[in-house]
Design a protein around this ligand. Structure first.
Ligand code: CP
Length: 338
């Protein structure tokens, strides 16, 4: 039997008893936004806000002084890997970027053995991106209790720091609280870990109107049960919304393109100026990147006045500083109390 993305997500959500929080509610690992409370998500947002000075520039703070962070990216990344490294250095950590392409995983060494060996070199935090859904949970529950695990994206399952940088961007740029917002997510919802994590974070933060816009073939079966409104026509779905989040189709993870033709997709689901004009006049345009210009989004929109796409990247540093700092606090508390 082929396992669907829903099977994987349901299994992960039901079998995990929140290994990411300590008994006092402090974050010890950051594996996903599912199961975290509104207060915990606001703590991440508020902590991230604290890394900007009065003029909006990022500050340095030695929260990870003396700590060692290893970045383990088994999948390619530009934004996530680099902003984690910038965040770690701004917090004063010793940073090691493990070159997976040249590591002994290429000789067949298992994930567990790789981690045990890296653990023996002493580290405080592993930041991991992996193509397997559940890889970060596996590390947190089965491999190493003494190291904080931060999920930099696992398969189709979750991309929690992306979700939180999206929430920080909405918090900073929208002129309303989460409880009054209408947000539309457009694209390959079915195969997007960003969509899963964004929907979960938006729901937890109290956004009353979450819309997903995609052809049925790119929607997970039964998505309505997550309390989102489904639209197959983009012109209907974006009307009056405060934020539009475009998605990339992860063809490299699927091994084949999900759409018959890029030009046909752009014609039907591309984020164009005409379609953005149907949303609120000050609606935010967001995209996690990397963007396929002329497929998911028109260049004039991506680079236009309503786009906050590069602000998302900058906010990613603050959010990753916040998550690293909170996870290290939680890890220290765990070590003291066991
Ligand atoms: N948004 C995002 O995860 O981008 P990267 O794949 O470049 O990290």
């Amino acid at each position: 039997m082929t396992r669907t993305d829903d099977d994987i997500t349901n299994k992960l959500n039901s079998s995990l008893s929140q290994p990411q929080v300590n008994n006092d509610g402090g974050i010890r690992h950051f594996l996903g936004v599912e199961g975290l409370s509104r207060k915990q998500l606001h703590t991440i947002i508020d902590t991230a806000e604290g890394f900007f000075d009065a003029s909006g520039q990022l500050i340095n703070r030695p929260d990870l002084d003396g700590c060692t962070v290893m970045n383990l990216f088994f999948e390619n990344s530009t934004r996530t890997r680099t902003t984690f490294e910038v965040a770690e250095k701004r917090l004063g950590a010793n940073v090691l970027n493990i070159d997976i392409a040249r590591s002994s995983t290429k000789k067949g060494e298992s994930l567990r053995d790789t981690l045990w060996n890296l653990q023996a070199m002493t580290a405080d935090i592993f930041v991991v991106r992996h193509s397997a859904s559940g890889a970060a949970h596996f590390m947190a529950t089965e491999v190493t209790p003494d190291i904080a695990i931060i999920n930099g994206g696992d398969g189709w399952h979750a991309h929690p720091t992306q979700a939180m940088l999206d929430m920080l961007t909405i918090h900073r740029e929208a002129n309303k609280p989460f409880e009054e917002l209408s947000v539309a997510i457009i694209g390959d919802i079915k195969h997007s870990r960003v969509a899963r994590s964004d929907i979960s974070a938006l729901k937890t933060l109290g956004v009353p109107d979450i819309r997903v816009i995609a052809p049925r073939t790119l929607l997970p079966k039964g998505i309505e049960r997550y309390g989102v409104k489904v639209f197959e026509k983009i012109e209907d779905g974006v009307v009056g919304c405060d934020g539009v989040i475009g998605l990339r189709s992860p063809n490299e993870r699927l091994g084949y393109p999900r759409m018959a033709s890029s030009s046909e997709y752009f014609k039907t689901y591309g984020i164009t100026p005409e379609r953005v004009a149907l949303a609120k006049p000050d609606a935010l345009v967001m995209h996690p990147g990397p963007m396929n210009r002329g497929v998911e989004i028109a260049s004039s929109v991506a680079d236009g006045e309503q786009s906050v796409i590069l602000k998302q990247v900058n906010n990613g540093i603050a959010v990753r500083m916040a998550v690293l700092s909170l996870a290290m606090q939680g890890q220290r508390a765990f070590r003291e109390n066991r």
